[in-house]
Design a protein around this ligand. Sequence first.
Ligand SMILES: O=C(O)CCC(=O)C(=O)O
Ligand SMILES: [Fe+2]
Length: 218
Amino acid sequence: MTQREFMLDLPLSPVPKHEVLDTGAAVLRGHAAMQATDMLAGIKQIARLSPFRRMTTAGGGMMSVAMTCCGAAGWCSDARGHRYETHDPMTGQSWPALPTAWRAWATDAARLAGYDGFAPDTCLINGYRPGARMGLHQDDDERTDAPVVSVSFGLPAMFQWGGLQRTDPVRRIPLLHGDVVVWGGLSRLVFHGIAALRAGQHPVTGPCRYNLTFRRVW
Ligand SMILES: O=C(O)CCC(=O)C(=O)O
Ligand SMILES: [Fe+2]
């Protein structure tokens, strides 16, 4: 049962409510709410091995979002550009392992959104503080024949969902604690971003928002 169903005293539904964003893209409202305790504890453990850090971009700026990763590859950005690395450049070590239970959960979430057989090999973890944002971008550094499964915890965020061209109109979709977005197929390269996080206090994460994106890199 999701937190929302619990609070509203709704019957247990075997399939979460889909909100179709576009062909190939859906929001599964509250679908990760029951994973929050486990995933947030996992993030803490991962961050002990590979700490959150703010990366620089090729343009020389510093990203406002802090990131870490787990799995076979981690997303890295520096003055040379962005790419996946098998080792964390901050520690010289392999990235922390992708927890087996997370992988199974992400496979199942993808299946619910219509993608069978999703086998993620990485999870990018974003930490947002008030004011942090992510500009419109495409996720195109990894395999694009597999979907992205994105999980939100903590403070609400405004997800910006555009089109295949940077200049396409952008819709604003609020993402709350436990919400999941899956995009693949014809939507895999849609431009998306996160508007500047509004200050607040969340009962579980305090002044923060965490986002996990499961992807297939290799
Ligand atoms: O924080 C989010 O919800 C989206 C993050 C994102 O687009 C990314 O990490 O590529
Ligand atoms: Fe993205």
